[in-house]
Design a protein around this ligand. Structure first.
Ligand SMILES: [Zn+2]
Length: 65
């Protein structure tokens, strides 16, 4: 069993250091902390190295700043 879901996939903080929100993707579970949850929502492409295919999440609406 992987421990990936117990830490933020972006900053790798664990649930000892920050609340970790667990989500499921491609039959696997991942965790992300509240600080980086907005990246998952708004800029998933930044996570594409850690989440294969993340750049295809949802409509981007061309809303890039
Ligand atoms: Zn984080």
């Amino acid at each position: 069993m992987s421990m990936n879901m117990r830490k933020c996939l972006y900053c790798e903080r664990t649930s000892d250091e920050a609340p970790i929100i667990v989500f499921q993707y491609l039959d696997s579970e991942y965790g992300i902390c509240p600080q980086h949850l907005p990246i998952l929502i708004h800029k998933p492409a930044q996570l594409s190295e850690k989440l294969p295919g993340a750049e295809t999440f949802g409509p981007s609406e061309g809303h890039n700043h």
